[in-house]
Write a protein that binds this ligand. Structure first.
Ligand code: PRP
Length: 206
């Protein structure tokens, strides 16, 4: 039995469709239910629906053998897992953004509001720039608008949230897409099963 952690929500739905296409269906998953675990004995799969930001943790601890997670979460969590495949969906980018009229004061640290403190720290360290992190958990765009931060480090997909709040992208940090990840010891003991999924998925990546 292969345990697969999927992110709850739109990305998880897309990933499930890909897995269904290659023969790992588990139809209950698409029914209107609050259940979080779905098994298909015939296909040898058990799916868990996890909070997207927790998928890498389930995989790292071995509760799931494989999982699908955004590159943003993978980089932020620094999880000790194998990254097996870029699924080329859930595409967006990690960026520094701020008010259109922002002027940097180089004599003090940059105040950075973010859900991704590790990403922000690493990025500014690489630029040798001191920062103060303001950790938030959502609606990060409010921080610079209210002058609580100078900039944000956040995900930009369509750019609509930034535009509608008079903010713009200053720098792009890295591109993001969904990645198939595996627990390191699961990969050792279930190599064939996992490799089979990887190669079938690879053929379906657009
Ligand atoms: C993400 C991100 C931005 C928004 C970007 O937030 O943090 O706020 O999406 O998308 P856009 O460029 O298409 O406007 P999410 O919807 O995950 O909610 P959150 O603010 O609660 O984190």
């Amino acid at each position: 039995m292969l345990n697969i952690a999927l992110p709850k929500g739109r990305l998880g739905d897309k990933v499930y469709e890909m897995l269904k296409t290659i023969g790992y269906e588990c139809d209950d998953i698409q029914s209107d239910t609050r259940k979080l675990i779905f098994v298909n004995e015939k296909c040898g799969v058990k799916y868990f629906l996890a909070k997207p930001s927790d998928v890498a943790t389930y995989v790292e601890y071995g509760a799931a053998d494989i999982g699908v997670v955004g590159k943003d979460i993978l980089v932020e969590s620094e999880s000790d897992v194998y990254e097996l495949l870029d699924l080329n969906i859930g595409k967006c980018r990690m960026a520094v953004a701020g008010r259109n009229d922002y002027v940097e004061d180089i004599n003090r640290p940059v105040r950075v509001a973010t859900k991704f403190p590790n990403v922000a720290r690493k990025y500014y360290r690489s630029k040798n720039r001191e920062i103060d992190i303001i950790k938030l958990s959502g609606s990060i765009e409010i921080a610079p608008v209210l002058n609580m931060s100078d900039v944000i480090v956040d995900i930009v997909e369509t750019g609509t949230t930034l535009k509608e709040n008079d903010l713009s992208v200053f720098e792009e940090i890295f591109p993001i897409s969904a990645r198939l990840i595996a627990n390191k010891s699961s990969y050792k003991f279930k190599t064939d099963e996992i490799d089979t999924i990887v190669s079938k998925l690879r053929n379906n990546v657009k």
